[in-house]
Design a protein around this ligand. Sequence first.
Ligand code: NAI
Length: 259
Amino acid sequence: MSERLPNKTALITGAGSGIGSAIAELFVREGASVALLDLDSDVTEALASRLQHQYKKRCVAVEADVTQPQQVQSAVQQAQQALGHIDILINCAGINVFRDPLALEEEEWQRCMATNLKGPYNLIRSVLPGMLARQYGNIVNVASVHGHRIIPGAFPYPVAKHGLIGLTRSLGVEYAAQGIRINSISPGLIMTPAAEAWLASCPDPQAERERQAALLPCKRIGEPSEVAYTALFLASDEARFINATDILIDGGRSQIYHE
Ligand code: NAI
């Protein structure tokens, strides 16, 4: 079968774990060369080296904190040097911040917004000039069902993810006439290290895991690869008329009002 990202280059943030790692692996399998960005390049270097060896595509690790514009700028330059240019940006780095709104510390609000909302914007600002120069670019932001529906007890994460969907729509329209597409994807509960950590923090992790699966119409929790395939579709030229929109990947859960 032919590759779905032939000769494409992609920069993927949060590539050291969970959904970001799954996207990296699938993109390389489908023909892309990739730059894997994360806070600590130890994990991404091992992944890049394995993928390059296995699929014979150029794979590099770049280190940056997405909340820091200068680090992001320098990581994007490294990625551009290694790959030539960047066709695709996947903004997947993100963190859970779930607090009682009145107990929330100033620093926690800042960290949530800086990572989940400003971080993707920092990346977009850095890759856009190169994309505009070539009149070609696909950006996929990893938002969340929390960007569509409110689950009590998760504040202020949904505020950031609603904002990320707004950023997607706004910038998607701004640059549509210049060959750039910007979309987002909104996963429901996906079994990743972050989700495992959240389950482990619950009083009865196994009971919570079963409760979460039961809430889903399909009665099972999602897998990182299922998110990766949606990112692949949006990032590929198969989706060339899809822009400034969001795709939910939640097994249908967010459509339920009451069981
Ligand atoms: P994860 O915790 O397994 O992976 C996130 C990666 O992002 C980690 O490697 C981490 O080091 C990196 N990261 C965090 N802050 C960073 C920063 N400031 N700079 C650079 N890298 C940073 O998380 P998971 O579950 O794979 O989530 C990935 C994305 O998907 C996040 O944006 C998350 O909000 C979103 N999401 C996840 C869902 C889930 O159920 N797992 C559901 C809906 C959305």
